[in-house]
Write a protein that binds this ligand. Structure first.
Ligand SMILES: *Cc1c(COP(=O)(O)O)cnc(C)c1O
Length: 436
């Protein structure tokens, strides 16, 4: 049955409440119905194609409808679609867990699964809290970075610091402290920020369960970037005060920062590492928290000791999602993606140069496959992000600036020619703002 885009959008708006959206905006901003996807392109019902410059909210790694991932999911679909994960297991998840433990920073040996990023954060926070509790310590506090984002369930929102999402719910959040994020990518800024963290640990250390960070890039916080030295310093401060380090690699994991995981660049292992988004190549919801045997062992004991971690989600460890994740890891291995991306990273770096000359550009920055162009402080009421979005869309590029930050986080299958189109269109869009 063919349905035209107009009817689809009309029916959508009658019944659907979209995420992160003031729905009234759709009185003036069209909702776009996408018919199909192929590689870096999304195609609408009028057969306009758009380069997916944001990897469909940072999830897609190897293109839409990737033939290899499609095939692997189809094979799994005819074998086992889902099974309860308490008391049962299945082949795709055992294979995936073995591979994740091998790939991740040293010492991460156990995988706990959930089905979205926010839930993974809840798992890490609860595990950390219960670890200390099982050891007879009450540590109700969590520390996170200013400007951080960790998801939108109550616990995840509590450790986040994006006012826009958090402010309304202030009254029902858990107790957290925010420490300054290094103000730029210099080593000096990393040291300054670590000094403040140390003061917080000295003052409140005995009450703090864990310190949570987005390693190297605070994505939702406007692609703010900092030096790996900060993570190294934070690791040693956490060790000194017996505080867990949680690395939220939900957005930056799987090659986005140039290495498989961002923590590698600091040469440290966190106590918990949360993964989601790219985990399934952008196909299906799945998340995982990796942790150490040292932490796992504190939960291990006779049932009557009441030490177990009693947390679960209905769709935990879904076999279809795990097969997509295994296919994604196959592609990393077979096609030597991390190595191959180096060329694209250098290409993007070269293309970023010319943005520096624009008078309404404040700063450009890049970490691996993530690049950002921060514009001058336009007043929020101008909603210049919408202007850039609309301009780029008309030229066949999907960009979704965060406030005054125009960024690029394309699928890794993007070609240099497509990078040209994506970044040239963004450049024109930024130039067009000069007429405001
Ligand atoms: C997207 C994101 C989350 C939340 O993941 P969801 O699947 O959207 O709940 C958490 N942390 C970071 C760093 C993210 O980018």
């Amino acid at each position: 049955m063919d349905i035209d885009a107009k009817t689809l959008v009309k029916k959508d708006l009658k019944h659907i409440w979209h995420p992160c959206t003031q729905m009234k905006d759709h009185e003036t901003i069209p909702l776009i119905a996408i018919k199909s996807g192929k590689g870096v392109y999304l195609t609408d019902f009028e057969d306009n194609s758009y380069i997916d410059g944001v990897s469909s909210w940072w999830v897609n790694l190897f293109g839409h409808c990737n033939p290899y991932i499609n095939q692997k999911i189809k094979e799994q679909l005819d074998t086992l679609e889902h099974v309860i994960f308490a008391g049962f297991t299945h082949a795709p998840i055992v294979k995936l867990s073995e591979r994740l433990c091998k790939l991740s920073p040293q010492g991460l040996e156990k995988c706990f699964y959930a089905d979205n990023g926010s839930s993974a954060i809840e798992v890490a926070l609860k595990m950390s809290f219960q670890y200390h509790q099982n050891k007879g310590q009450k540590r109700p506090l969590f520390v996170s970075l200013e400007n951080s984002y960790h998801g939108e369930t109550i616990g995840a929102l509590s450790v986040g610091d994006v006012k826009l999402y958090k402010e309304v719910f202030e009254g029902i959040l858990i107790q957290t402290i925010q420490s300054p994020v290094p103000k730029n990518q210099s080593e000096e800024a990393a040291k300054v920020a670590a000094d403040v963290l140390e003061q917080i640990f000295i003052k409140n250390g005995k009450e703090i369960s864990a310190f949570i960070i987005e390693p190297l890039v605070q994505c939702a916080g406007g692609m703010h970037m900092y030096h790996p030295l900060y993570i190294t310093l934070a690791r040693s401060l956490c060790d000194k005060h017996d505080i867990h380090l949680i690395a939220d690699e939900i957005a930056v994991g799987f090659g986005r920062t140039g290495s498989m995981f961002a923590c590698e660049q600091a040469g440290v292992s966190p106590d918990f590492m949360a993964l989601s988004k790219g985990l399934t190549g952008g196909y299906l919801p799945l998340s995982v928290v990796l942790t150490t045997n040292k932490i796992y062992d504190i939960f291990y004991g006779d049932y009557s000791e009441q030490k177990a971690f009693l947390h679960s989600h209905s769709y935990t460890g879904n076999p279809l999602a795990c097969s997509a994740a295994n296919a994604t890891l196959d592609i990393f291995e077979n096609e030597n993606i991390i190595e191959k991306n180096r060329e694209k990273i250098a290409y993007i770096a070269a293309k970023l140069e010319k943005f520096k000359n624009l008078k309404n550009v404040k700063e450009v920055r890049q970490t691996g496959m993530i690049a950002a162009v921060e514009l001058s402080d336009y007043d929020a009421s101008l909603r210049i992000n919408l202007k850039v979005f609309t301009y780029a869309l008309e030229k066949g590029v999907l960009l979704r600036p965060l406030g005054n930050v125009v960024y690029f986080m394309p699928p890794f299958v993007i070609t240099c020619k497509e990078i040209d189109t994506m970044m040239d269109v963004a450049y024109e869009a930024i130039v067009s703002l000069n007429t405001l």
